[in-house]
Design a protein around this ligand. Structure first.
Ligand SMILES: CC(C)(COP(=O)(O)OP(=O)(O)OC[C@H]1O[C@@H](n2cnc3c(N)ncnc32)[C@H](O)[C@@H]1OP(=O)(O)O)[C@@H](O)C(=O)NCCC(=O)NCCS
Length: 201
């Protein structure tokens, strides 16, 4: 997969476009009122087979193109949907996050893609999905996670460009971030690569 298509797969294309249209700002503290927007009615749970069509439709709508939805299908078909959570509101899937195993010397997950239905964005649903995914990853014994995206967004979840420095990956650079899920897991840099589905797009 070339860097342009991974840009698309990770939403970096959209993130870059959004970043260009927004003034450069430091990450803002989370608005906890937003996190409480759906206190009783929103459910975050693992995907089930009956969710597959809805996840595909949601992902296509969120990204405005089919590539990321195809990536989700390919990762699932390969058995690489290590963590796949949906956000459900009024029986409707309004958000989805996927973490897939990366080839690395420590147990490592790549975060991509994450999607929230356009009308439900900016209400904390993406943040809840990512935080729940990271908690599950720790419970499951994963030691580290990488993401390619806009640092303005992902630093609030503990990812940093600094933590990914020195790690070998074809997309290493200013949008490539890492965070430890276990102490000292990223102390010594290593080569890390995304699941094979990322190369099939
Ligand atoms: C990115 C996405 C998942 C975020 O979900 P969300 O539920 O809207 O996010 P949250 O409500 O948790 O957080 C909203 C914050 O993220 C910021 N944000 C959202 N999209 C952003 C982007 N493309 N670039 C930078 N920041 C972004 C918002 O400005 C907002 O910031 P604030 O908290 O300082 O106001 C959602 O906007 C989406 O589905 N986008 C299209 C697909 C995509 O680009 N996915 C990410 C790449 S894998």
């Amino acid at each position: 997969m070339n860097s342009e298509s991974l840009d698309h797969a990770s939403g970096l294309f959209l993130l870059k476009r959004a970043a260009r249209s927004r003034p450069a700002t430091l990450p803002q503290p989370m608005d906890t009122a937003k996190l409480r927007a759906y206190p009783d009615t929103m459910l975050i749970r693992s995907e089930t087979p009956s969710d597959i069509d809805a996840i595909r439709a949601l992902t296509e709508t969120a990204f405005g193109q089919p590539d990321e939805a195809r990536l989700v299908d390919l990762l699932r078909a390969d058995g690489d949907a290590a963590i796949s959570f949906v956000a459900v509101l009024d029986d409707q899937i309004v958000g989805h996050v996927l973490f897939s195993p990366m080839a690395a010397p420590v147990k490592t997950l790549g975060l991509a893609p994450v999607s929230v239905a356009p009308t439900y964005q900016k209400q904390g649903i993406g943040a809840q999905l990512i935080r729940r995914g990271l908690s599950q990853a720790q419970l499951d014994g994963w030691q580290a996670s990488f993401v390619l995206g806009n640092p303005d967004y992902y630093t609030r979840f503990g990812y940093s460009v600094e933590a990914a420095k020195g790690f070998t990956n074809q997309f290493a650079g200013p949008y490539f971030m890492a965070r430890e899920l276990a102490p000292d897991a990223l102390k010594t840099p290593f080569a890390v690569s995304y699941a094979p589905a990322f190369d099939k797009l």
